[in-house]
Write a protein that binds this ligand. Structure first.
Ligand SMILES: [Zn+2]
Ligand SMILES: [Zn+2]
Length: 434
């Protein structure tokens, strides 16, 4: 058999390997499909109460129903729902519990439903200046309050960089728009968490949905939360999950675009938005009106540890350099920044970098943003390599700028050839609003 034919054959076999469907498995599947919006729970409830006379709304719904859900049976409604699940999650639409589907069902994920037809509507906040606060904290994996503050600000900053929204932390969480807490099991909102694994977190859409819970984000206290990368076995990146949940807090539903932050399953650490997330949030809030912007060429970069470089060349208007193997370094841009326009102090939305690395052996891990010597934002553990010709790094609270912007970039160089450890800094800039 030729290699190609062999591959085809093994693919076929793999696809044919359906797992025997025990009634308990199917019950679990139905529970999952109901929980995440694929199977209408009213069908199941109605099926269980067939002796009750139908209510007027149910009579109207009756005509839409094709079948009832029978618990533990792969009936038509369950197969239809499973097919919808497979389609949303980018799997082969088999309508069966095959290996790939079982693996996907087993993934860590967000607790919000994927399909909107059975869930509350996304909405938008009526103000662009939102506040957030912490009802409590986690102490998992050495997390301190200040580390959590920085991590959560990083998550909000991702959305701030693309919209007119700003996010300011306040101490009195009871009066915050978005309340954050870590809770286990049943926690008073009718959506109990499920222990470690499975559902990691959930959040509430903007007002008027869900009354006083609107916008709030709950994190499962039974998970092992971390901000370290790599996270370590079984641990979950708080920044990634928080950024996803805040997408819901702002009115976004799940996306079926694999690779987007709003995809329902947890992909491992992913601390930046996908084009699909940006398009989604801009559909709701639009972009921001740039009042002013500043740019500087890559030749002006300062090197913190020149002795850790094999070579550095300033060519024309950019800088290219080669880090020594297994070193870290910091590079700094001081941006000449307009601070007042039309007698008003400008506010900073984001820093923007244009750079590239020549392999994953040279990685931008940290981008810290300063006003004068005050750090106003920290983007950590980014793991950015390759071409990054317009990468934005937001500042969650969009503060007034007083002394001028500084951008510090933390880069790791691992072992590899000289060329693999090359990176180019082309320019750095920032966007300012009124
Ligand atoms: Zn979600
Ligand atoms: Zn909750």
């Amino acid at each position: 058999m030729s290699e190609v034919a062999e591959q085809k054959q093994s693919k076929k076999l793999k696809k044919a390997e359906f797992i025997p469907q025990k009634p308990t498995d199917v019950k679990e599947l139905q529970k999952h499909l109901e929980l995440f919006g694929y199977l209408n729970p009213n069908d199941a409830a109605f099926g269980a109460e067939q002796n009750r006379p139908p209510q007027p709304e149910e009579a109207a719904l009756e005509s839409l129903k094709t079948s009832f859900v029978e618990p533990g049976k792969m009936d038509e409604a369950t197969v239809t729902a499973l097919k919808k699940y497979q389609e949303f999650h980018g799997l082969d639409v088999t309508g069966k519990l095959d290996k790939e589907t079982l693996a996907e069902l087993d993934q860590k994920r967000c607790g919000m439903p994927d399909l909107a037809e059975f869930s509350t509507h996304g909405n938008k906040w009526s103000t662009n200046s939102l506040t957030y606060g912490f009802d409590n904290y986690t102490t998992d994996n050495g997390l301190t309050q200040s580390k959590i503050h920085e991590a959560i600000a990083q998550a909000f900053a991702m959305w701030a960089a693309e919209t007119p929204l700003s996010f300011r932390r306040i101490n009195n969480s009871a009066s915050a728009d978005i309340r954050i807490k870590f809770v286990s099991g049943t926690h008073g909102d009718g959506s109990a968490f499920d222990g470690q694994g499975g559902v990691l977190a959930h959040a509430y859409y903007p007002p008027p949905n869900s009354g006083s819970l609107a916008g709030d984000a709950h994190f499962d206290g039974d998970e092992s939360w971390t901000i370290n990368i790599p996270t370590g076995n079984g641990k979950v990146d708080l920044v990634t999950v928080a950024a996803h949940e805040f997408g819901h807090s702002l009115g976004l539903r799940h996306s079926n675009v694999n690779g987007s932050l709003m995809f329902p399953t947890y992909p491992g650490p992913k601390r930046y938005l996908h084009a699909d997330d940006i398009a989604g949030i801009r559909t709701i809030y639009g972009g921001y009106a740039i009042e002013n912007a500043s740019w500087i060429h890559g030749t002006s970069i300062q090197v913190e540890f020149p002795e850790r470089l094999d070579r550095i060349t300033r060519a024309g208007f950019y800088t290219y350099l080669y880090g020594k193997a297994n070193t870290t370094n910091w590079f700094h841009f001081a941006l000449p920044t307009p601070v007042i326009k039309d007698q008003k102090r400008l506010k900073v939305v984001c820093a923007i970098l244009r750079f590239r690395t020549f392999s994953a052996k040279a990685v931008v891990n940290h981008v810290h943003i300063y006003d004068g010597y005050t750090k106003i934002a920290a983007h950590n553990n980014l793991n950015l390599s390759g071409d990054n010709w317009f990468k934005k790094f937001g500042v969650a609270h969009k503060p007034s700028v007083h002394w001028g912007m500084g951008i510090s970039i933390g880069v790791s160089f691992s072992s590899g050839t000289l060329n693999e450890r090359r990176m180019d800094f082309v320019s750095a800039g920032c966007d300012l609003i009124n």
